[in-house]
Design a protein around this ligand. Structure first.
Ligand SMILES: NC(=O)c1ccc[n+]([C@@H]2O[C@H](COP(=O)([O-])OP(=O)(O)OC[C@H]3O[C@@H](n4cnc5c(N)ncnc54)[C@H](OP(=O)(O)O)[C@@H]3O)[C@@H](O)[C@H]2O)c1
Length: 256
């Protein structure tokens, strides 16, 4: 069901220099959207402009962990495109916690890269979305937000915070007609997961993830989660008694 076609809409994608964000930007252009692509590294963004054509995709470099840079990017979008219809706030990083070297700095970095960056992005785009005839806010969480997983104390907390933030915002923005979607992927093959040293069941390609995300945006879905055999199984696991869940997850913990 395509209730909110992206064709002809102006879409900001953060974290568009690689992985899921890059693939989402390409998929959006393929479906007729005008895309503003952001990340810190400029050279992959310029390659993306070459690939998609400068009339359909513009690069606006931005460090999303800086609130001023987010507001500057929003002004540039208004200057170039007259406004914004959809924000896909996807940029993020992942760091794992080593419990024997528990370090608050990991949490500070991760919350800034993921959660606070999302907050800064929302602060920058809300005034623009309020002016759009078909506004949609899309934020990147993860299936890790559903329940605790080993070594994910910082990353999972940032993604759970994002999920909560977007679920609350959905209620507050309802009366303004702004659709809010939270994206919860399982494992997707990207530079971020290429660094993982553990098995990643049902890992899918970034292009596949992008198609599912844009399908979800066009369907106006509140939660876009995939692959279903992973995300639904994980949701079911969270219904288990705590002791059973703990016993299952404890098997995933590596010996030091
Ligand atoms: N891959 C998965 O399995 C998976 C699963 C669930 C959720 N996710 C989430 O999906 C999102 C994309 O991840 P990915 O797997 O595609 O990873 P990726 O290939 O490493 O891409 C991350 C993107 O975020 C950008 N970024 C990071 N920090 C930034 C900052 N401060 N300012 C601007 N851009 C920044 C990076 O660009 P620059 O370095 O050029 O700035 C890059 O474009 C993340 O939020 C991640 O947590 C991924």
């Amino acid at each position: 069901m395509r209730r909110h076609p992206v064709n002809g809409r102006r879409v900001w994608v953060t974290g568009a220099s690689s992985g899921i964000g890059r693939a989402v930007a390409v998929e959006l252009v393929r479906r007729g959207a005008t895309v503003i692509a952001s990340a810190r590294n400029e050279s992959p963004l310029h390659h993306l402009v070459e690939q998609c054509g400068g009339d359909r995709l513009a690069a606006v470099p931005c460090d999303v962990s800086d609130p001023v840079a987010n507001r500057r990017a929003a002004s540039e979008i208004v200057g170039q495109f007259g406004g914004l219809d959809v924000a896909v706030l996807n940029a993020g990083t992942c760091e794992y916690v080593e419990v024997d070297r528990f370090d608050s700095a990991v949490f500070e970095r991760t919350m800034r890269s993921n959660f606070l960056s999302m907050v800064y992005g929302i602060e920058a785009v809300l005034p623009l979305l309020r002016q759009s005839p078909a506004p949609h806010l899309v934020g990147m969480s993860s299936t890790v937000a559903y329940a605790g997983l080993p070594r994910a104390e910082a990353y999972g907390a940032s993604k759970a915070a994002i999920r909560y933030l977007l679920e609350s915002l959905r209620i507050d923005l309802y009366r303004l007609g702004i659709t809010v979607s939270v994206v919860c992927p399982g494992f997707v093959r990207t530079p971020l997961t290429d660094r993982n040293d553990f098995p990643m069941p049902f890992r899918i390609e970034a292009e596949d993830a992008a198609r599912r995300i844009v399908d979800g945006i066009e369907a106006g879905k509140a939660e876009i989660h995939f692959p279903k055999r992973f995300s639904l199984a994980f949701k079911l696991l969270t219904l288990l008694p705590t002791r059973l869940y703990l016993r299952l997850c404890a098997r995933l913990v590596r010996e030091p």
